[in-house]
Write a protein that binds this ligand. Structure first.
Ligand code: FAD
Length: 382
């Protein structure tokens, strides 16, 4: 293996490059990044950067130390697996090995009005400049991002309305019953539940029932889609993300996919997962780099490292930290613990009674034991 190309320049790309060099890869390393920034961390964008507490969140990525040719502002536009070349808006990049790490893109709603999203550093700067005292900010979606944006907007003195299609904040991820635990946190927001948006128009938002909510700033936080558009026609297996196995290998030899872009097979869960969280992208990239080198060294498949962690993420909102670990399915039973009202916890149990997921508010110390217990359950289930 002499020439390794990474398409995308986010967390996964930075981790993959660091791992490849640490493990002795001495070939050419090329990173293609559509943005003009070196890889940076996204979680602070909707937290410290939006609040104005910091201006950036660089990741360790020293091109000289790593010996990386970083092509900032270069977008991958196509992939020819047979010719082993990535097409870009600035020429072709041939590869021996390829890591697909182009992440995800925010979903946008219909309408010609301005809709801000928070995906990139530039998005965060734009939104931050618009969060002025008294500004009427409409956040669409009481999601993880919506909650963090609402937190920053309140801190900036804005008047915040949130339009949520579901019955409670975070209900798309956690269900209505658990989501209702968080409704009181939104007391300073005009939170409108069961409210569907039809379009974002100049000056405001039109609801499905025809009503109009006027706004100075509209922020859409209704989820993301994997950035797979540029891979159309590549012949890779793509569903809700680029399909990879537990070794992060796509259906094409020598081509890997990780992070928000990838839908990985989880032997632990017997299911394909797309995990759009920080922990996942970094860990998967580290394993993909190791698998790549092991394959190049002729390691048999049975000895390759497997990527199948218990999914984990966190969110900082309204002055609290929510942590969630595991995976709950529709058949699982949620047990809500509000014995400490300021620090609720939720445990999900499978029909067999095993712990499949845990959520805690400001319960940082309980995370590791919960994760271990969930790992034991999921091993037993698999
Ligand atoms: P990305 O970080 O999205 O990197 C992909 C890169 O590829 C981007 O720089 C993009 O510009 C570039 N790219 C896209 N298409 C192309 C192309 N065709 N050619 C070249 N380059 C391209 N997770 C948590 O667990 N907790 C949190 O609190 C949390 N907060 C978050 C807050 C925000 C605002 C965001 C956006 C995400 C947050 N996440 C959080 C999720 C986490 O940051 C992501 O899961 C992680 O960044 C995914 O890493 P990635 O490398 O797969 O993709």
């Amino acid at each position: 293996m002499t020439r390794f190309v990474v398409a995308g320049a986010g967390l996964a790309a930075a981790r993959a490059c660091a791992t490849l060099r640490r493990k002795g890869f001495d070939g050419e390393l090329v990173v293609l990044g559509a943005e003009h920034h070196a890889p940076y961390d996204r979680p602070p964008l909707s937290k410290a950067v939006l609040r104005g507490d910091r201006d950036d969140a660089p990741l360790p990525f020293d091109v000289d130390t790593l010996g990386v040719r970083f092509r900032a502002g270069v977008t991958a536009t196509g992939l020819n697996v047979a010719e082993r070349v990535v097409r870009t808006d600035d020429g072709d990049e041939p590869f021996d090995g390829l890591l697909l790490a182009t992440g995800a893109e925010p979903v946008r709603l219909p309408g010609s009005g301005e809709q801000l999203t928070v995906r990139t550093l530039d998005d965060a700067y734009t939104l931050r400049s618009r969060l002025r005292p008294g500004a009427r900010v409409v956040v669409i979606g009481a999601s993880w991002i919506g909650a963090e944006v609402a937190t920053a907007a309140l801190a900036a003195g804005c008047r915040v309305t949130c339009l949520e299609a579901g019955p409670a904040p975070l209900s798309a991820a956690l269900g209505g019953e658990v989501g209702a635990l968080f409704t009181p946190w939104w007391s300073d927001v005009d939170l409108r539940l069961d409210t569907k948006v039809a379009s974002v128009d100049p000056g405001g938002v039109q609801l499905a029932d025809g009503a109009v909510v006027t706004a100075d700033v509209v922020v859409t936080g209704v989820g993301v889609r994997p950035a797979t558009g540029w891979l159309a026609g590549s012949g890779l297996e793509i569903g809700n993300g680029v399909h990879v196995d537990e070794y992060l290998r796509t259906s094409a030899p020598g081509v890997f996919a990780v992070g928000d872009l990838a839908a990985r097979w989880s032997p632990r869960l017997g299911a394909r997962l797309r995990v759009e969280h920080w922990d996942e992208a970094g860990a998967a990239a580290t394993v993909a780099a190791q698998v790549l080198l092991a394959c190049a060294a002729g390691t048999p498949e049975a000895d390759l490292p497997v990527h199948d962690p218990v999914p984990y993420f966190w969110s900082d909102q309204f002055g609290r930290k929510i942590q969630h670990v595991g995976r709950h399915g529709p058949a699982d039973r949620a047990e809500v613990d509000t014995s400490d009202t300021a620090r609720p916890a939720v445990r999900w149990y499978s029909p067999d009674g095993g712990l499949t997921a845990w959520l805690g508010v400001d319960r940082v110390k309980e995370l590791v034991p919960a994760r271990k217990q969930i790992a034991d359950t999921l091993v037993a289930l698999s």
